[in-house]
Design a protein around this ligand. Structure first.
Ligand SMILES: *[C@@H]1O[C@H](CO)[C@@H](O)[C@H](O)[C@H]1NC(C)=O
Ligand SMILES: *[C@@H]1O[C@H](CO)[C@@H](O)[C@H](O)[C@H]1NC(C)=O
Ligand SMILES: *[C@@H]1O[C@H](CO)[C@@H](O)[C@H](O)[C@H]1NC(C)=O
Ligand SMILES: *[C@@H]1O[C@H](CO)[C@@H](O)[C@H](O)[C@H]1NC(C)=O
Ligand SMILES: *[C@@H]1O[C@H](CO)[C@@H](O)[C@H](O)[C@H]1NC(C)=O
Ligand SMILES: *[C@@H]1O[C@H](CO)[C@@H](O)[C@H](O)[C@H]1NC(C)=O
Length: 613
């Protein structure tokens, strides 16, 4: 086994020098760090160019692929030496950690024909998902509808239940069945890959990036899911009540999971994003929501340059280093045909001394908060550069995103928006408006967690051999149990529905996204509490109003943590930052507490049943 679990990492610290440091190991690692830096930069540079030139710069993509191949064959060429150093147990803690974090061969460990096959399968499934076109309802000659935006906008406006159901079934017919055999074959090769990478249990390989065994990871997830349950059940009951008002008792029966085809349009899981305007039952319609996009224009914050420097100022106020002006001078606009899907992005290069930045010219609410996330990455790249290249990656995927999103969340608080002049008056900080905001955030956050959970749980059960890879009935048992949603018609093993929900590649796990959301709120609670911006049970300092701006003492602890990169296990990192090493739902639950209280009261007043059989 390459991952030996948490015990090893938790006793690794940088200061423990070990006399067995060996000069051949030191030279080897130094060489590896340099080679990998160069190859990584070649790939990033090509991807950067592709980002700037539009989504399909074939030349750049080809170069990225070549650099990737070079990196793979380099890793292969050193693998026996890595194994030898590991076996001998040479080196100090930092050196052993670098050996441990050495990228693994992954699929490349398979035989050549299987390598080709596994990539082909993954690409096929992804292409199928992204390129499926449906025929319009009752228009068999109009067959060019894409899920987003075509089907989305039809379903969003439709009150024709038959039409909505038609699209739900068609989407599954086209994404699921045609890829069923491919999915089965893929999971088979995945199991083989796990073994060849030194994992006796394929499910352990699934969670390797978290440096947790499957048993540890699943028990963490199960614990988080059960902490979420009381809030989720109240929210679910409220949404089910709203759906019943809209579609009637027969469609949405009492005490049963609600029909998935009626809910997924605004729960944002099939369609990525839910739009406030689509959902009719926000807590206080008369209070609405602030229009940030419009306010950006009103405040003349409508150039990306101004937004960039306002956000830079926010982070300076947190005690992080000032960004040098060259970052903006060299920042480049993304040429995109789809502005809605364009995000600001920081680019890291290991062999150059600075990062680069690409930005979207569009100025709206989403791009504003995306700036907080992207700029946070610049700060992370800078701090983590203290580590050798092998330890500069984040401790687990989406870890840095959790930090960036934590500060974006703080910036989105009505208090900070008021400081920026984007909202006026204090009405947005009063309970009715706060509930609206929490409700819409909750639709995105709280309803997504169970969906993420089911997608990983299903694949982990397959890898553990508890269910067959194409056991559609098992998939629906998990979906009903954990998400409280059911299919419009009975689904059997003649169907295959899991791929319809897979927004990511077939071998990407959702767990790190799940944990990233949990961590985002946990960090937010920590920073708000420790800076006195949140006070438990106080009326004027609830968590959702905490804005964190001008709290320069945060920067020091943040920098210290970021400078660790992945030189320690994420648990050790959390222990140093938060004083506890477990991920916890406390932050999220405290954040949404006002909403939970409101939902519970509403459900009681309206006599809505909670839960399902
Ligand atoms: C990928 O899809 C193509 C066309 O849909 C098919 O011919 C091919 O067999 C698929 N490849 C694999 C490995 O399943
Ligand atoms: C095809 O169907 C969509 C959705 O109903 C509709 O918006 C579009 O106008 C139709 N196109 C044609 C050519 O009829
Ligand atoms: C916000 O304002 C913008 C620009 O005036 C407008 O296009 C948009 O529809 C508004 N959004 C909402 C939700 O009202
Ligand atoms: C910014 O807003 C001002 C005032 O509404 C307008 O005159 C200007 O054209 C806008 N600039 C951009 C880049 O959108
Ligand atoms: C990245 O930024 C550096 C300066 O910070 C600049 O010299 C370089 O040209 C930029 N690279 C690209 C590809 O834009
Ligand atoms: C907030 O900080 C105080 C003092 O450090 C601590 O006792 C308390 O447990 C913290 N509260 C939460 C909810 O983290």
């Amino acid at each position: 086994m390459m991952i030996k679990g948490v015990l090893i990492f938790s006793c690794v610290t940088l200061s423990q020098a070990n006399p067995t440091t060996d000069s051949s190991l030191a030279a080897f690692l130094s060489d590896v760090n340099q080679q990998l830096s160069t190859l990584y930069d070649q790939e990033q540079l090509a991807l950067f160019r592709n980002e700037l030139d539009g989504p399909n710069d074939l030349m750049a993509l080809l170069q990225a692929e070549l650099a990737n191949e070079k990196r793979m064959s380099y890793l292969k060429s050193i693998s026996s030496r890595v194994a030898k150093f590991k076996r001998l147990g040479w080196g100090d803690a930092l050196q052993r950690r670098q050996l441990q974090r050495m990228p693994q061969p992954g699929y490349e460990a398979l035989a050549a024909d299987e390598v080709a096959q596994v990539y082909q399968l993954a690409a096929n499934m992804s292409e199928n998902y992204h390129n499926v076109k449906l025929c319009a309802y009752k228009q068999p000659y109009n067959c060019t509808l894409k899920l987003i935006p075509d089907v989305q906008s039809v379903v969003q406006q439709s009150r024709n239940l038959e039409e909505i159901e038609y699209y739900w079934l068609e989407w599954r017919r086209c994404t699921g069945l045609p890829t069923r055999q491919q999915f089965v074959n893929f999971m088979q090769l995945y199991k083989k890959t796990a073994k060849l990478n030194g994992f006796q249990q394929p499910a352990d390989y699934w969670f390797r990036h978290l440096e947790l065994s499957a048993k540890q990871a699943m028990s963490l997830l199960n614990e988080l899911m059960s902490s979420l349950q009381p809030l989720f059940l109240q929210f679910h009951a409220h949404v089910r009540g709203s759906l019943r008002k809209m579609h009637g008792e027969r469609q949405v029966p009492h005490g049963r999971p609600y029909p998935q085809q009626l809910s997924e349009i605004f729960l944002g899981n099939a369609f990525r994003r839910a739009n406030a305007a689509w959902f009719v039952d926000i807590p206080s319609p008369e209070n609405g929501l602030p229009n940030i996009t419009e306010a950006l224009r009103r405040r003349s914050l409508n150039t990306t340059q101004r937004v960039f420097w306002n956000v830079a100022e926010y982070y300076r106020g947190l005690g992080l280093t000032q960004l040098e002006s060259s970052i903006w001078t060299y920042a480049q606009p993304v040429a995109t045909h789809n502005e809605d899907q364009c995000w600001h992005k920081a680019w890291r290069f290991h062999t150059l001394s600075t990062s680069n930045f690409s930005y979207c010219p569009l100025n709206d609410e989403e791009r504003l908060f995306s700036m907080f996330e992207a700029q946070f990455e610049l700060h992370y790249f800078r701090a983590a550069a203290a580590q050798p290249m092998l330890l500069r990656e984040e401790p687990f995927p989406n870890f840095v995103e959790a930090l960036g999103k934590c500060f974006a969340l703080a910036a989105a608080s009505p208090r900070y928006l008021r400081k920026l002049g984007l909202v006026r008056g204090t009405a947005w900080s009063r309970l009715p408006a706060r509930l609206n905001r929490l409700y819409l955030q909750g639709l995105r956050v709280i309803f997504l967690l169970p969906v993420f959970y089911v997608l990983d749980r299903y694949r982990v059960e397959v890898l553990s051999g508890h269910i067959q890879a194409d056991d559609n009935e098992a998939y629906w048992r998990l979906t009903e149990l954990f998400t409280g949603a059911t299919a419009p018609r009975r689904r059997s093993n003649d169907h295959f529905d899991m791929p319809a929900k897979l927004l990511m590649e077939v071998d990407d796990q959702y767990t790190s996204q799940f944990l990233s959301i949990v961590l985002q709120f946990q960090l937010y609670l920590h920073f708000c509490n420790s800076s006195g911006q949140f006070v438990a049970d106080s009326l004027d300092k609830p968590l959702d109003l905490c804005d964190l701006s001008d709290q320069p003492q945060i920067g020091a602890s943040l920098r210290r943590i970021m400078a660790l990169g992945s030189s320690v296990h994420y648990k050790e990192l959390l222990r140093q930052l938060l004083g506890r090493e477990e991920l916890s739902l406390d932050g999220l639950l405290i954040y949404f507490k006002p909403l939970q209280d409101w939902l519970t009261l509403q459900n009681r007043v309206n006599g809505l049943e909670v839960g399902w059989l």
